[in-house]
Design a binder for this molecule. Structure first.
Ligand SMILES: CC(C)(COP(=O)(O)OP(=O)(O)OC[C@H]1O[C@@H](n2cnc3c(N)ncnc32)[C@H](O)[C@@H]1OP(=O)(O)O)[C@@H](O)C(=O)NCCC(=O)NCCSC(=O)C[C@@H](O)CCCCCCCCCCCCC(=O)O
Length: 725
């Protein structure tokens, strides 16, 4: 656990050991406490170094212990013991010092970090506040403003930025522990007063109260609906207004309050769900344990449109050398300029954070028109626009050119992977990699498993996700996969509600108040209405392929709304054309304003189609839009397209702006209660029998009939006879 491991010339080195991340469990805290007490009491020891085993300092409190009833010794007292020590204590930070791990390091008198290490107080991401003095000591070290930014976002700070901010005293390229020992020796006998952070004054801007009031307003807006960022501002206020010991009481109070909320439970669920989906398993028994990923030393991207550019950037950021290919000189010039500008921005961002070495650590990018250059790459990501014929032509071509061991990926948001695989000489090495825009920023990667895809290919694509710093979620091959399959119904429901009398801004507001980053109409306007229009035209839902005589608001026996098609026919494509569901200050403008033109247009539309409108309540907006999405989630599970509810939640939390503090759509449904969701769906389906997507799925009904089991048991009720995984 922890050992007062060795004494090196009067310096005791204490190693924290609790694999894999040295989380501060009760047992580890107890062991460190014992080791520190021993070192303090040992005459032969004049200074102490604390380090973490296996290259990681500590990832903080052991989250798995949060829900246990028994409590171990408090971390807070251990940190106080360290700070009060008359013998200097140096933290040797390798890997990570997060949450309680950083708080422990802040209790030490000095901190040395390895250049690759990072530190942070990410408690807010778990719906909590730092509760072992972090939010009280950090502002005494680096000031209120920098602390505010760190604790309200939970962002991780690389060693060099930490040095710039003053969190660590020194950054070293190697031998962190040896350097820490040297420093410890050097400071033996020196006064420690100025190094005991709890005794120092908080560094405040001139009008700190106004600063904090403003911060509260900003945080409320930025993290709409989330409780813990607000508590983070409160704890900082306590740090400013109260003496350290009273601040500690406030910090504990806030932690205790948050500790019992649904939000922290949801966020802890979301944390573990992300780790769980990374451990994919197929019904065949193949899994992350049995299939080894192949090395990805070089990559190629085909197509330098919006997606291709940011995929290239993402690969370069991960230091993977990449060849970017376009079909003609003009497109290549435009694309390469765009990529260079994205890379420049990334370099600038990193330089601002103090990473002077970053420039050299981007993977090299080579631009070409020549397919022959792709001969030796390990993986190709095709990212041309959504056209099956074109994609197949490319895959046929790649088949003949790439080395036999090369994996072929397609970036598609819903086209059939098997159809593309079928034209290659290696269908088992073809896989879908559905990136989200902008790909160098968004964390989600849907990894789409086709019928022929081998487990080695899956393993390699999931490994690629990790290399790119993304959360990979393995899904089956069906139209629109998981994320967009659910999203389509949510958006469709929102449009039906507009036909029924609601306004786009009312629907957006209701869903944004629920916590979604952006309501459906603002989202459609941002993405461009023409994209969906083209897709619907291609499959004959609208446009010239639509059979003559098809009723305007019906396709087959289902309700259909032609509203988005009509807007496109009128040239209203959203932000890009300055008008869509909203109007904008100019083409490309971002400021969505309700449009009186649209109100008149909708009244006329309702009159022409003889629609009876009604007052749509906020409750109906939320329930119809979200429950139809959740209902489809149950169908996705039933169809074996996702292996568990966690997969759907991770997709929504990381790719669709779903509020993580509700855990994700499926977790949210489990909290609302499946019988409630079922009853509401039955009610809405009863009132709208021409919307079959509102008809409760049989899996939802089955779960309700089994007594509404907890989410972690849902998988065991799935048959998986028809698994697509
Ligand atoms: C660390 C990472 C960056 C590593 O990332 P990587 O990608 O390398 O690996 P994984 O993410 O896959 O993780 C590997 C493995 O490790 C597990 N794990 C990671 N972190 C933890 C952890 N902190 N605890 C437990 N387990 C952890 C992970 O699950 C994986 O396990 P698996 O089985 O799947 O292999 C990355 O993992 C990461 O970012 N981790 C999270 C770091 C974090 O969030 N830390 C903050 C934790 S909260 C905290 O520290 C709180 C502190 O402020 C101290 C609080 C003191 C409490 C005092 C309270 C007094 C009042 C008490 C009142 C209580 C109420 C009452 O009873 O009245």
């Amino acid at each position: 656990m922890a050992a007062f491991s060795y004494i090196c010339d009067s310096v005791a080195v204490i190693t924290m050991s609790n694999p894999p991340v040295n989380a501060l469990s009760s047992a580890l805290i107890r062991a460190v406490q014992k080791a520190v007490e021993e070192a303090i009491g040992d005459f032969a020891v004049e200074a102490i170094v604390i380090r973490g085993d296996k290259g990681k300092f500590s990832a903080g409190a052991d989250i798995r212990e949060f829900n246990r009833l028994e409590r171990g010794p408090p971390l807070v007292s251990l940190i106080d013991l360290i700070e009060d020590s008359k013998k200097p204590v140096v933290a040797a930070i390798e890997g990570v010092a997060l949450g309680g791990g950083l708080e422990l390091a802040l209790g030490c008198h000095y901190r040395i970090a390895h250049a690759q290490a990072y530190v942070g107080l990410p408690e807010v991401l778990l719906g909590l506040v730092p509760a072992a003095g972090g939010a009280l000591r950090l502002p005494r070290l680096i000031g209120i403003s920098a602390t505010l930014s760190m604790i309200t976002t939970g962002k991780y700070v690389q060693a060099r930025e930490a040095l710039k901010l003053g969190i660590v005293d020194k950054v070293v390229g190697e031998n962190t522990v040896d350097e820490a020992i040297q420093l410890a020796k050097k400071v033996i006998g020196q006064p420690l007063g100025s190094r005991q952070l709890s005794t120092l004054p908080v560094q405040c801007p001139p009008n700190v109260e106004a600063f904090l009031d403003e911060a509260m307003v900003k945080v409320k807006k930025q993290f709409r609906g989330a409780q813990s960022p607000l508590a983070c501002v409160e704890v900082l206020r306590a740090a400013v207004q109260l003496p350290y010991l009273e601040g500690k009481k406030k910090e504990r109070e806030l932690f205790q309050f948050l500790y019992t909320t649904d939000q922290t439970r949801a966020q802890q669920y979301a944390f573990f769900a992300e780790r769980e989906v990374a451990k994919w398993t197929l019904p065949s028994g193949a899994s992350w344990k049995t299939a080894s990923p192949q090395p990805i030393r070089t990559a190629a991207v085909i197509g330098l449109g919006t997606m291709g550019r940011s995929i290239v950037t993402s690969l370069a950021k991960a230091k993977i050398p990449v060849i970017a290919l376009e079909q003609d000189k003009k497109q290549l010039d435009i694309g390469s300029k765009a990529v260079m500008s994205l890379l420049d921005r990334e370099i600038l961002k990193m330089e601002q954070l103090g990473h002077t070495e970053f420039t050299n650590s981007l993977g090299p990018v080579q631009f070409t028109l020549d397919y022959g250059k792709l001969r030796d790459v390990d993986i190709v990501i095709e990212a041309v626009f959504e056209n099956m014929a074109l994609k197949k032509e490319i895959f046929r071509h790649l088949s003949g050119i790439c080395k036999p061991e090369a994996f072929l990926c397609t970036n598609t948001s819903g086209l059939d992977i098997d159809e593309m695989a079928s034209v290659t000489n290696r269908p088992q090495m073809v896989i879908g990699t559905h990136f989200f825009s902008p790909a160098h920023i968004m964390k989600l990667l849907e990894v789409v498993h086709g019928h022929y895809t081998s487990s080695t290919t899956i393993s390699t694509a999931m490994r690629l996700a990790k290399m790119l710093g993304k959360v990979g979620v393995l899904v089956g091959n069906c139209p629109s996969f998981v994320g967009n399959r659910l999203m389509r119904l949510y958006v469709e429901q929102a449009v039906f509600l507009v036909e029924e009398g609601s306004k786009p801004e009312e629907i957006d507001r209701a869903l944004e108040d629920f916590g979604l980053a952006m309501g459906p109409f603002r989202m459609m306007d941002l993405a461009g209405l023409d994209i969906g229009w083209k897709a619907r035209t291609e499959i004959g839902l609208t446009g010239p392929k639509l059979p003559i005589g098809t009723p305007a608001r019906q396709r087959g026996s289902k309700r259909y709304s032609p509203l988005p098609d009509i807007l496109c026919e009128k040239g209203r494509f959203g932000q890009k054309s300055g008008q869509g569901w909203y109007k904008y200050e100019k083409s490309g403008g971002r400021n969505a304003m309700p449009d009186p033109w649209l109100y008149n247009f909708l009244s006329e539309y309702q009159r022409i189609h003889n629609l009876k409108t009604h007052y749509v309540t906020q409750e109906e907006i939320i329930e119809r839009c979200l429950y139809v999405l959740i209902n489809e989630g149950f169908k996705v599970l039933e169809d074996g397209i996702a292996s568990g509810p966690e997969d759907i939640d991770v997709i929504y939390n990381n790719g669709y702006g779903w509020p993580k503090y509700t855990g994700g759509p499926m977790y949210y449904a489990s909290i609302v209660g499946l019988p409630v969701v079922l009853t509401k769906l039955e009610k809405y389906y009863g009132a709208n029998p021409d919307i079959p997507d509102l008809k409760p799925s049989s899996f939802l009904k089955k779960l309700v009939s089994k007594g509404n089991p907890p989410l972690k048991e849902w998988r065991s009720h799935l048959g998986f006879q028809s698994s697509m995984l």
